[in-house]
Write a protein that binds this ligand. Structure first.
Ligand code: GLC
Length: 547
């Protein structure tokens, strides 16, 4: 059954969710301990970031064995128990399939290094001399995308860290190996899958220098990507399970196809264009204030085109690669509560499946680290060096990391106000932001007006109102840069969603919600009318049902 349209999915960054054995790392047993919390929140699926055997250079996105569990996270029987316990609570588990690359510690790569031809063909090795990489392509984590192996006299491709070697999907044997991974987890009762950077799997036949970019135009949404995805999904029989593909620098046209039910590829896509509206000239490491007009245009264009084609997207602000939304698009100080709730309303009421990233439902903020030693992420540490080399001062580079580092989203889940926020009884692998004393589950559970309780209500509305889970979407007042307004309609029912994206006060014509409306939810106590206007306060948000 395709129930992903009325589902809400919760993302767990395992390493930072709950530590059960006092080593400072989150683990599977800890996750099991917190399942009741997720049940109470009302989520349907959990996407778990990778906990497979890994040297953890990229926190588990560098997998050395797809079918076994890294001891840092637990054991296979604990994972089986997790699946079972989640199932008892009506929650399905989605596992994270990192199929674009493996860790260089994976047996396949190790055998390739030993010169075994079969395994060399699993990867993208190219001949070349040691001073000249095969192309000028850049790794997404900085530096060349090629690494030289003196012993073999060859270079191998790594679009990410040099310990993450790209797999050769043109090799049928590789595709079969990966299908077996899916079958393995499906048999264990996993209910869905998230596919990491899956639109990068199909590389071009000829590798050439990119004179105008970093190489991505050659391998993004590559030549056989749709064919390979279709094959992976249909051969393993997961076309009716919930699947989501992470699409890096993708296009709308391709996403329409990836998520179109007729194509039998994926249930939905993650794309990231809306999370680049604060990149100066498209550069993540140059800061600018969010361009709200562009943000709205991106949401609008994608939503309408996907709708027109019967395709589907994940709607989200946060994940383990992104800074915290409330610090980025809201105001995490004066209007912390209001803006966190407003941002949640924006994505939860759109046409798509909403994802909540752990701690987002509490309004967790960026980390505000003051020292470089507090950062852990390979990308952040690489880019600190690159920025310094390019002339930025330490203070400038630190300020940029403060806003852009992926570690902002990787700090431990804030459960309570005890020393280590209830995450662990020892010093965690990464520092906890100071605000855990008031931003935490315990405090918010007992406050009826909390961000956490607001999320619960948003989830309930989705379950109750088919206009939200299945309805048509139309956007209103597009010219108003300070407002994000849309209408959802299904079977004669209409719901209007109003979001004020700014500080300060503004108003809109009350006729927008008709003469008679019921406010299903809002982040202020009531609606304020003035004559024929609705007054909107800072970051005000409301969901109104037209009666
Ligand atoms: C995805 C993951 C990210 C990881 C990268 C390489 O973007 O979300 O965390 O570093 O892929 O696997």
């Amino acid at each position: 059954m395709n129930d992903f349209k009325n589902s809400v999915i919760y993302q767990i960054y395992t390493k930072s969710f709950q530590d059960s054995n006092g080593d400072g790392f989150g683990d599977i047993k800890g996750t099991i301990q917190r399942l009741d919390y997720l049940k109470d929140l009302g989520v349907d699926y959990i996407w778990m970031t990778p906990f497979f055997v890994s040297p953890l250079n990229d926190n588990g996105y560098d997998i050395a064995d797809y079918k076994d569990i890294d001891p840092v996270f637990g054991t296979m029987s604990e994972v089986e128990l997790l699946i079972e316990e989640a199932d008892k609570r009506g929650i399905g588990l989605m596992f994270d399939m990192v199929f674009n690359h493996t860790s260089t510690s994976h047996e396949w790569f190790q055998r390739a290094l030993n010169g075994e031809q079969k395994y060399m063909d699993y990867y993208l090795f190219k001949d070349g001399n040691p001073d000249q990489p095969p192309t000028n392509w850049q790794s997404k984590f900085g530096g060349s995308a090629w690494e030289y192996v003196p012993k073999l006299g060859k270079w191998y491709l790594h679009l990410f860290d040099k310990t993450q070697a790209d797999l050769n999907w043109d090799n049928k044997e590789v595709r079969e190996e990966l299908k077996n991974v899916i079958r393995f987890w499906k048999k264990k009762g996993v209910k869905g899958f998230r596919f990491d950077v899956v639109n990068l799997i199909s590389k071009p036949e000829v590798f050439e220098d990119d004179e105008i970019g970093d190489g991505r135009r050659y391998y993004t949404d590559g030549p056989h990507v749709h064919e390979y995805l279709h094959e992976l999904v249909t051969d393993t029989g997961i076309e009716d399970m919930v699947t989501v593909g992470e699409m890096s620098s993708t296009s709308l046209e391709n996403c329409i196809r990836y998520s179109n039910p007729n194509e039998k590829e994926l249930s939905m896509v993650f794309h990231f264009h809306h999370l680049k509206v604060d990149y100066k000239n498209g550069n993540k490491w140059e800061i600018q204030k969010p361009d709200y007009r562009q943000l709205k245009t991106l949401f609008t264009d994608w939503q309408l085109e996907l709708q027109k084609n019967g395709s589907w997207e994940a709607t989200f602000w946060c994940n383990h690669d992104q800074p915290r939304a409330v610090s980025r698009f809201g105001d995490d100080k004066k209007y912390w509560k209001e803006s966190a709730k407003m941002l949640a309303t924006c994505t939860h009421m759109l046409r798509g499946t909403p994802y909540i990233y752990q701690g987002e439902e509490l309004g967790m903020t960026n980390a505000y680290y003051q020292r470089l030693e507090q950062y852990r992420d390979v990308e952040s540490l690489n880019y600190y060096e690159i920025m310094r080399k390019n002339g930025k001062t330490d203070a400038e580079a630190m300020q940029i990391l403060g806003e852009r580092s992926r570690d902002n989203g990787r700090t431990p889940m804030q459960w309570d106000d005890t020393t280590y926020a209830g995450f662990s009884n020892t010093k965690p692998w990464i520092s906890i932001p100071d605000n855990y004393t008031y931003i935490n589950v315990k405090t918010e559970n007992s406050d009826s007006d909390s961000i956490l309780n607001y999320y619960k209500k948003l989830i309930q509305i989705r379950k109750k109102e088919r206009a939200i889970s299945e309805g048509n979407i139309t956007f209103l007042f597009h010219e108003r840069e300070d407002l994000f307004l849309y209408k959802r309609e299904f079977d004669g029912e209409t719901i209007i969603v109003i979001n004020h994206l700014r500080d300060g006060e503004t108003n809109i014509d009350a006729s927008i919600v008709g003469n008679n409306c019921q406010r299903l939810l809002g982040n202020y106590e009531d609606i304020i009318y003035n004559k024929k206007q609705i007054i909107l306060r800072p970051y005000e948000s409301m969901i109104c049902k037209v009666l």
